[in-house]
Design a protein around this ligand. Structure first.
Ligand SMILES: Cc1cc2nc3c(=O)[nH]c(=O)nc-3n(C[C@H](O)[C@H](O)[C@H](O)COP(=O)(O)OP(=O)(O)OC[C@H]3O[C@@H](n4cnc5c(N)ncnc54)[C@H](O)[C@@H]3O)c2cc1C
Length: 359
């Protein structure tokens, strides 16, 4: 998120400084799947994901090969008739909003992804979804922004005149963007941002095994559940031929350790949809933390209590997808420009009016 903001603001003519205590793109961004998804939970979520997708598309030709941009499309898989009805509803929703969406019956689904098990009802193909390798994309954006980077330093104090770093350095700044993911609460403790743990696994190289990002429709139930641990089948083809398999969601833990029981549940779920995964060799597992908000929309706008400090956090499982749109909306706000989509649904004031930031 910080890299996208740095890039967007540099395009607008700003001199940008980035402060990063660890590796660039090494937080949730290194842990995420990098599915650039359009989603329809709400009109606001649709608007931001679709807008961001179009911005990613225009950025794509400038991305270096290492960013692994792959316009593979996504298929939401319906297991039964009930889920097929939901797929039809989604198809109507997207089509009505100018987003290419295609209904797949059982035969078309099997042809599109031959390793899915027989007997599934069908699916929805969203051809404009894509995939990227997020940490490299972040690095590229920071380099393109020609940002001055304070590596190994962290912000410990905010003010409208600029941030103060952990070595006491004060950096005068006209505008400061807090894009510290789940660590946002360290600088603004009242922010309603909660870590939501996720597990992922990546396989060895099996070129052609998977063609699209493939997600079970039940993923939405998993993403919406607010108090139970959940898993859903989600698999992604990488340009390298590797298959990235997810995913899980857990509240109430900040322990980054890979939990065998969650991994076990996640893989069993994957095998229910794609039994041939059992024949693939896994090479790495890891976890990461999504920054979740109570209403499932991000915080983009002025940080309550400040005039020149902005928030770009709370993107939960969509922060790679929506980084481009978030950065453009923030730049519009800072430059007092009209935005292509309404900014109001994401303004932090909607859920943290009484925030009392650390000055
Ligand atoms: C398992 C999993 C799968 C996911 N899959 C997808 C997906 O397919 N598609 C998608 O769009 N999204 C996905 N996401 C979500 C996505 O990864 C995140 O929303 C996104 O990476 C958030 O980016 P960020 O820049 O806000 O946070 P981060 O990447 O966490 O970056 C925050 C940075 O702030 C730095 N920082 C912390 N404190 C300070 C401080 N005091 N001063 C300065 N710097 C500080 C940190 O070191 C870190 O580098 C997934 C997430 C997970 C966990």
């Amino acid at each position: 998120m910080g890299a996208a903001c740095a890039w967007e603001l540099s395009q607008a003519g700003f001199k940008v400084t980035v402060i990063e205590p660890h590796a660039i793109g090494g937080g949730a961004t290194a842990a995420g799947m990098g599915h650039l998804a359009v989603m329809d939970d709400s009109e606001a979520q649709f608007a931001l994901t679709r807008y961001s997708q179009s911005l990613w598309k225009s950025l794509a030709e400038r991305l270096p090969p290492q960013a692994e941009y792959l316009p593979c499309g996504a298929i939401w898989v319906a297991a039964d008739g009930e889920e097929m009805a939901e797929v039809r509803r989604k198809c109507t929703f997207y089509t009505a909003r100018g987003t290419p969406a295609e209904l797949l019956d059982a035969a078309a689904l099997a042809e599109a992804e031959p390793h899915l098990r027989p007997g599934l009802a069908g699916g929805l193909l969203l051809a404009e979804d894509a995939v990227v390798y997020p940490p490299y994309a972040a690095l590229f954006l920071i380099e393109e922004a020609k940002a001055r980077v304070y590596a190994g330093r962290r912000v410990v104090k905010l003010s409208d005149e600029g941030p103060t770093l952990d070595d006491g350095t004060f950096l005068p700044a006209a505008h400061t963007v807090i894009s510290t993911g789940i660590a946002a609460r360290e600088l603004v403790p009242e922010l309603p941002v909660t870590p939501r743990k996720g597990h992922l696994l990546i396989t060895d190289r099996y070129p052609g095994f998977l063609r699209h990002q493939v997600i079970e429709l039940g993923y939405l139930k998993s993403a919406h559940s607010s108090d139970t641990d959940s898993v859903a089948f989600n698999a992604q083809p990488r340009i390298t031929g590797q298959v990235l398999i997810g995913s899980s969601r857990q509240y109430g833990t900040e322990n980054p350790a890979v939990e065998e029981s969650m991994m076990d549940r996640m893989l069993r779920r994957a095998l229910e949809y794609m039994p041939d995964i059992a024949g693939l060799s896994a090479i790495r597992t890891w976890t990461g933390f999504r920054a979740a908000t109570p209403d499932k929309l991000p915080l983009i706008g002025i940080c309550p209590g400040y005039k020149n400090v902005y928030l770009a956090t709370g993107h939960e499982g969509l922060g790679i997808s929506t980084s481009t749109g978030t950065a453009r909306l923030l730049a519009d706000l800072i430059l007092n420009r009209e935005s292509s989509i309404p900014r109001e649904p994401y303004l932090p004031q909607r859920i943290c009016e009484h925030a009392d930031p650390v000055h």
